[in-house]
Design a protein around this ligand. Sequence first.
Ligand SMILES: Nc1nc2c(ncn2[C@@H]2O[C@H](COP(=O)(O)OP(=O)(O)O)[C@@H](O)[C@H]2O)c(=O)[nH]1
Ligand SMILES: [Mg+2]
Length: 445
Amino acid sequence: MSTITSSLTKWQKKKLCSLFNHASFSLLFKASVHGYNVNIFHQKCNIQGPTVIVAYNKSGYVFGGFTSKNYGQTSQNIVDDKAFLFSFNDKEVKEDPLRVLSGNPQFAFTDSGPNFGSLVFLYNNTATVNSNPGTYQFDPQLMHGNDLQLTECEVYRVEDCGGLLEKPWRNVQWNSERRKALLSTISGWKPSVSSVKQAKVLLLGPVGAGKSSFFNSINSVFKGYVSGQANTGTAGTSLTTQFRTYYIKPGSGVSHVPFTLCDSMGLEEGLNTGLDVDDFSSILKGHIQDRYQFNPSMPIQPDSTHFRKSPGLKDKIHCVVYVIDTCKVKLLSDKMIDKFAVFRRKTNQLGIPQLVLLTKVDEACPLVAEDLKNVYHSHYINKMVQEVSAQLGVSLSAVIPVKNYCQELEIDPQIDILLLNAVVQILRTAEGYFDDFFNPEEKSE
Ligand SMILES: Nc1nc2c(ncn2[C@@H]2O[C@H](COP(=O)(O)OP(=O)(O)O)[C@@H](O)[C@H]2O)c(=O)[nH]1
Ligand SMILES: [Mg+2]
C-alpha cells in the first residue's frame, strides 16, 4: 500500500479547519504523487462524499473549493448550495481565510477536471488552474495572487467529526501522579513465567501507520526527551525491510523495562507484497533473529544465518499489536482487511493475544489536536474505535488510541500518559499469553 501524506503545515491545517465545523480530513489524492491527471483524480476521489480540493502556489496561497456532493464523470452540471471557494496566505497569519459562496453554485466534475465554474483545477492535465471569476465572485489577487502555477494539489475527504461527548468513554487521569503511577505499574510488571524477563511485542500494520514512531515515542518517554532511533518516514513502500528488536533503555525512574518492541516490514495489501505470512509465522515462533533482512521473493529458510533453530519461550512473540492510522480507518480496503484476517488467524492459532493501536488521533480529529485530553471525549475517535473493532473483529476494549511524538521537540506529560496507558494495556494483554502457558494444547498449530 502506498502512503501519501498531507502537505498542510500545522498552521495551514488550522486555517482550513476553521472553515468547517468539527471536521476531520482524510487525504485521497495528491498531485505530486498521483500526477496532475484527471483520470487518476477521478479514480481516487469519485463517490467519496464531501471533499475539499486544496491547491498551493509559490506565492504562498493555499486555495481551493469544498463540495458536499460526490465527484463523478458526468457532463451534467451539479448544484451544491453548500459549496464554497476559499483562500488564505502563509504571509497573512492573522487574517481569517477568504470564503466565497455563490448565489448560483453550479459546476461540473467532468473530464476537464474539478470545475468550480470560476476555478478549474488540473486544467488540461497540468499543474495549472484556470481562473475566471463568474459563478463565484472573487478578487483574483486575494484568491491566488494571480499565480496560477501550482506547486501541489490535494483532495481531502471531509467528514463531520461530531464534536465532543459530554462524558468520556474511558476514564483517564491526566495529572503527573497518574504518569508516575503508570511508570511504576510498568516497572513492577513481570511475566508470570520466571524464565522470561521481557514481554516480546510485535508491531504490525500498513506502511506509514506509525510503528517506528511508536517505538521512538516509547523510547522518548523513558529517556525524558524526544528521540528518534528507528527511522520514520513516508516512503510509499515499506521503509523497514529488516526485522528489528528494539530494547528500551531504562529511565524515568524505571530500572528495568519489562518489554521489547519488534518492528518488521509493513503490511501491504497485494498478495505477494509486504510482510509474508510465512515470515510472520516464523517471527511469532521466535525463529527470526534481530536484523534479518526480509527477502521479498522468499520467506526465511532454516539454513539462513538469522534463523534461530530452537527458540525458547523468551524468543517467541507474546503479544501482537496491530498499528492503524486513525485517519485511514475509513479507507481500509477490503484487501487490507482480508490480509489482517489472515494474520489474525495465524496469531490466534498460536494462542498469542492481540491489541490494536489507533495512531495519529491528533491528525484524525481537530478537537484532539487542540487538546489531547479530548481524546476520550471525541465523537469521531470513538466512532473509529468502534469501526476498527468491527472490521478487524477485536473487542472494543482491545483498541487503544495513541498519539506519537512526531513534531514535538519536548516531552509532553499528556502524550506520555496516553503512551504509557497503551504500554500498560500491552503488558496486561501479554500476561494472557503467559497465563495460558501451562496449557500446551493451545500452543500447537
Ligand atoms: N500527527 C501524527 N503523525 C504521526 C503519528 N505517528 C506517526 N506519525 C507520522 O506518520 C509518518 C509515518 O510514521 P512511521 O512511524 O514511519 O510509520 P511506519 O511505516 O508504520 O513505521 C511519519 O511522518 C510520522 O511522523 C501521530 O501519532 N501523529
Ligand atoms: Mg517503520
